[in-house]
Structure formats: structure tokens, C-alpha cells
Design a protein around this ligand. Structure first.
Ligand code: SF4
Ligand code: SF4
Length: 368
């Protein structure tokens, strides 16, 4: 181990930082464990032993196998950890059936937070689904009701606060986002909602091992830029410097990532981090969709652009090809059958510099 790394690790904090989760009374570690991409139960066990107490999964992750893995890893620790799961169901009956499966797979009688998953317009948070959450609470199967949103956070948070039925919001939040997302989070938190941040690493492009000729730039230089030392840790510090973010779910697949992220979550955001992230923003802008929503409904053929780019980031950014393909196959059949290769030019412009057509062609060739 290089001496600089040894020195870094010897300065490790031995306890995580905890924050109150809105008005729930729960106190999760600021660094939570997003289990979506984890396939090694020992990494989850180790995180719990280090004092992290918040673990997030979903019914749909890893074809339903992720909850099972989390259940095994946290067996015997149930009373000292906070577990959240999610359902993509669109009706009350389906959602409640999902929840029963979730509880069985997690080997528990209740989940602490149960999210209606991937709702990015107010219309998707139906009365029927809210009723499912109320019924689940009454039955003691969930402690708190949540909603997760990948896009359109300002509108969604305002809507959820106004409806007053949601205890916790799980929102995409990272250093590439505009100040309106930060402001919306602060407002929702001030109204008492618990805030959990996801997508904190903005696609995890650190872990791309090589560049891609589709981006039209030198692949080696792109890789070098994206693998900049410390960028992912700076991203975690950036999200947590917002005091309205109660916790974050950061995906971790091995002990090294766990250790580095654990340390990052205890350190302040510095001017050096700021510099690193502004370079990172420039480097990832052709690749990374900031989920601003400006391209929603713009493609004349109906490609769900932001959803497809988010799914592509699972393959390109996190190196989780199977997960990306699984999510891609959940898109509507008509949307999946469109080929951007057939358009000579793309009529959709991304104000944030994403090379939309190139990225979609890549997604379609990899995942369709
Ligand atoms: S592709 Fe660009 S315009 Fe579309 S949501 Fe992403 S960042 Fe916004
Ligand atoms: S290239 Fe652009 S306009 Fe054509 S299908 Fe793809 S997203 Fe739509």
C-alpha cells in the first residue's frame, strides 16, 4: 500500500456521523449504503460492523435477489439498522403484494421506509398508491412512507409537501445539479420531510476503465480525466454539505469503496474538492444526464431520453451491465424499439452538453 494511502487510512474516523431524518425520529448515518449494485453480502455486514446503520434496497433490484442478499447480510442486526425498500407497482394491490414479498425476502416483519419508486410527476403518485402506504402503516408492515424521484425534483418535492402524506423523499442529488434542486430540498426539509440523496456520484464515471470512441474525444484522455483521484469522495462531501440532506444512499460493491466513502462522509468539503468537481463536471458533461428534465417529451419518436441515459449510466458508470439491461427491458416496448441510428440528426438539444444521439445509440446497441 502506498504511504500516502496508508497515512490517509490511519487518519480514519472510527464512527460515522448521524443525522435526524426529517420528523421521523430515525437517525441514519449520513453515509447510507445503497445496496443496488452489491453482490457480496460481506461488504454489507462489514458496513454494519463499522457503524453505518442505513441500508437501502428495492423489490426490483437484481431481479428480486437484492432484498434476499440484504436480508441475509443484516440478519441478527435488524433492531440496530434502518432498512428501506421500494416498489415500482402501479396499483394498491400490486404494491401490497410486492411489500409482502419484500418482507419475506428481507426476513423481517417491517421495513422502516417503503418508497413508491421512480415517481417523477405528481400524477404518478396516485391516491391508490398512497392508500397502499396507509394500509401498510396501519398493518405495522412499514414505519414510514416515502416516494423516490429521479427527475423533476423541485416540482415533486413541492407536491409531496403539499399533499402531506410522505414522510421521506428519496431524490437524485449531486454536484452537477442546478441550485433550484438544492433550494427545493431545503424547503421540503424545513417542512419536516426526511431527505435521502441518491445518484450522489453522478453516474460513478470514476469507474469507467476506458474511454469510448463514440464520444469523439481521445478515449485515453477521457478515461484519465474521469478517473481523477478523489473525485468520488468529493462528490459525497458535496452532497452532505447540504444540511438538509439527512442521509445518502451510495452504492458500494467492495471493501475499498466502503472504506473510502466512510472516510469521505466524515470530512468537510474543501476548496480542493470544489476544484476537483468543477473539472469533473466539465469532463462528464458529454456523458452525464443531470436529470434536469428539459428534454422530456421532445423527441418526436418518443424516446424516454433521461430514463434511457440513467439506465445507460448503470452500465457505463457503475459497470453493472446486467442491471442496466434489466432496467432497459422494463421500458415500454414502443420506446425500446426506436433506433436513434436511423435519424441522421437529432432534433433534441441538451442544454447541459450531453451528446444525446451518441449516448442513445450506445444504450440501444448495448441494451436493446
Ligand atoms: S439529457 Fe440533458 S436535457 Fe435531458 S434530462 Fe439530461 S441533462 Fe436534461
Ligand atoms: S436521434 Fe434524437 S430525435 Fe432521433 S429518435 Fe433519437 S432522440 Fe429522438
Amino acid at each position: 500500500m502506498p504511504s500516502s494511502r496508508r497515512a490517509f487510512l490511519s487518519a480514519l474516523p472510527d464512527k460515522p456521523q448521524f443525522r435526524p431524518l426529517g420528523k421521523t425520529g430515525l437517525k441514519p448515518s449520513a453515509l447510507g449504503f445503497g445496496c443496488m449494485t452489491t453482490s457480496d453480502a460481506t461488504v454489507i455486514e462489514r458496513a454494519a460492523d463499522m457503524g453505518l446503520n442505513y441500508f437501502d434496497t428495492a423489490r426490483s433490484y437484481q431481479s428480486g435477489n437484492n432484498e434476499r442478499l440484504v436480508g441475509v447480510a443484516l440478519k441478527g442486526k435488524r433492531s440496530s439498522v434502518i432498512i428501506s425498500s421500494k416498489s415500482l407497482a402501479k396499483t394498491r394491490a400490486e404494491a401490497l403484494a410486492d411489500l409482502d414479498t419484500t418482507l419475506r425476502e428481507l426476513q423481517t416483519d417491517y421495513v422502516d421506509i417503503w418508497f413508491l419508486h421512480n415517481k417523477s410527476t405528481p400524477a404518478e403518485v396516485t391516491d391508490d398508491l398512497l392508500e397502499a402506504q396507509r394500509a401498510a402503516k396501519q398493518a405495522g408492515k412499514i414505519r414510514f412512507a416515502g416516494v423516490s424521484s429521479h427527475f423533476n425534483m423541485p416540482e415533486m418535492l413541492a407536491h409531496l409537501v403539499q399533499r402531506g402524506q410522505t414522510d421521506v423523499a428519496l431524490v437524485a442529488y449531486n454536484f452537477t445539479m442546478q441550485p433550484d434542486v438544492t433550494a427545493a430540498i431545503q424547503k421540503a426539509r424545513a417542512a419536516g420531510m426526511g431527505i435521502v440523496a441518491m445518484k450522489v456520484l453522478a453516474g460513478g464515471f470514476l469507474r469507467i476503465l476506458r474511454g469510448d470512441r463514440l464520444y469523439g474525444i481521445n478515449p485515453n484522455s477521457l478515461s484519465a480525466t474521469l478517473k481523477r483521484e478523489g473525485a468520488m469522495q468529493a462528490a459525497i462531501k458535496w452532497a452532505l454539505k447540504n444540511n438538509s440532506v439527512d442521509t445518502s444512499i451510495v452504492c458500494m460493491t467492495d471493501a475499498d469503496q466502503l472504506q473510502e466513502n466512510f472516510t469521505a462522509a466524515s470530512l468537510p468539503f474543501t476548496p480542493a474538492d470544489e476544484k476537483l468537481l468543477s473539472l469533473q463536471v466539465a469532463a462528464i458533461s458529454p456523458l452525464y444526464c443531470r436529470m434536469c428534465g428539459a428534454c422530456t417529451g421532445v423527441c418526436p419518436k418518443g424516446v424516454p431520453i433521461a430514463d434511457t441515459l440513467r439506465i445507460l449510466s448503470y452500465a457505463d458508470g457503475y459497470r453493472q451491465f446486467a442491471l442496466a439491461r434489466e432496467r432497459f427491458l422494463e421500458l415500454p416496448t414502443a420506446a425500446r424499439s426506436i433506433r436513434c441510428q436511423d435519424c441522421s440528426t437529432c432534433s433534441v438539444h441538451c442544454p447541459n452538453g450531453v451528446h444525446i444521439r451518441q449516448r442513445l445509440i450506445r444504450a440501444q446497441s448495448l441494451l436493446a
